[in-house]
Design a protein around this ligand. Structure first.
Ligand code: ADP
Length: 334
């Protein structure tokens, strides 16, 4: 597994649970989303109602699941979690919805991967808290309407564009999560180090933050690896030289790039003259999944201006050439 992948891997799980902020006030950054949410929470609580349905969208590792759990905590209600691909047949959805407790949060990760027929079933449940259930088959089949307790549906997606417009219309609160700044990520690292009781100075935390690709999940993972290094090779505490030595050993460079990012940029530059090159061609050349390229690797490279997405394909920018120490052909630098 890539150490700088924004996607959760197995051994992140227990660790992330420990580091996950539980209140909105502990949630670092995302000022706009936080403010919008704080107002909605306060208003719903004052009315004694369930919070409106919430859609959280943005690249992986930016805190969507964390915010969903925070919503339940702040509302003082129960929390239940599942994911789009986990629900296969109507019975899966019925089982969950018929057990909903009053005002609870139902969190559905990867909502864009929910089967279209189940999406349609969900519409009515979200709209008027009822569910049509069919019992039996053939001529003796009958439907009846099941009442569901009012609840808050919190859905997360890395691909909001893939949601149908009726689905999108069911959400009263839309929160877009952005990549974090280096300062915000330094706070994330310092907060996590405190929870883990690892001594770290400001420069050490900053060095980890700079290489974390705007993503708290990566910041926490790098902190964990640097902590191991500091314990074995150093005196257990993290300063800048320790952080740099550990991250260099992991081959995470000053931008948080690893071998795959460099290979991606190098392929566009060397094999396709800097681009444009189509996403599917690029995925084949790198032997990577097209979805992973688009959802996980690209967004950060685009955000920091190393890659451009054009109608004709992906293009390596001047910054990419400079970073790899390759001279940019004149025709592109005009
Ligand atoms: P997503 O659901 O968007 O993939 P998560 O909510 O699982 O991301 O976040 C990954 C980890 O990053 C969490 O376990 C949490 O420790 C950390 N994290 C995310 N956002 C923040 C934040 N704003 N402040 C502090 N830690 C955060």
């Amino acid at each position: 597994d890539r150490v700088v992948s924004a996607v959760r891997v197995d051994d992140d799980e227990a660790f992330e649970l420990k580091l996950r902020p539980t209140r909105l006030s502990e949630f670092i950054g995302q000022t706009k989303a936080k403010e919008q949410l704080a107002i909605a929470l306060e208003a719903a609580k004052a009315r004694g109602e369930a919070l409106d349905h919430v859609l959280l969208f943005g690249p992986p590792g930016l805190g969507k699941t964390t915010l969903a759990t925070i919503i339940a905590n702040e509302m003082g209600v129960g929390f239940q979690q599942t994911a789009g691909p986990a629900l296969q047949i109507q019975g899966d959805l019925t089982a969950i919805l018929s057990n909903i407790k009053d005002k609870q949060v139902l969190f559905l990760d990867e909502v864009h991967r929910l089967q279209p027929v189940l999406q349609e079933k969900l519409y009515t449940a979200l709209e008027d808290y009822t569910l049509d259930i069919m019992i039996g088959q053939g001529p003796s089949a009958r439907t009846f309407v099941l009442d569901i307790k009012p609840f808050t549906f919190v859905a997360a997606t890395t691909r909001p564009g893939l949601l149908s417009s009726p689905m999108r219309a069911r959400f009263g609160i839309l929160l877009r999560l952005e990549f974090y700044t280096e300062d915000e990520l330094r706070f994330v690292v310092e907060r996590s180090a405190e929870v883990l009781q690892v001594p770290i100075d400001r420069d050490g935390a900053a060095e980890i933050a700079i290489r974390s690709r705007g993503t708290p999940r990566i910041a926490n993972r790098l902190l964990r690896r640097v902590r191991d290094y500091a314990q074995v090779r150093g005196n257990g505490s993290i300063d800048r030289p320790t952080a740099i030595a550990a991250l260099e050993m992991l081959e995470v460079d000053a931008h948080g790039f690893d071998e795959l990012d460099r290979r991606l940029l190098r392929t566009i530059i060397e094999k396709y003259d800097g681009g444009p090159v189509g996403l599917n061609t690029l995925a084949a050349a790198l032997a990577e999944e097209q979805d992973a390229l688009e959802e996980v690797y690209e967004p950060f490279l685009i955000q920091i201006g190393f890659l451009d997405r054009t109608p004709r394909g992906r293009v390596a920018t001047k910054l990419a050439y400079e970073h790899l120490g390759i001279e940019m052909p004149r025709r592109y630098s005009l």
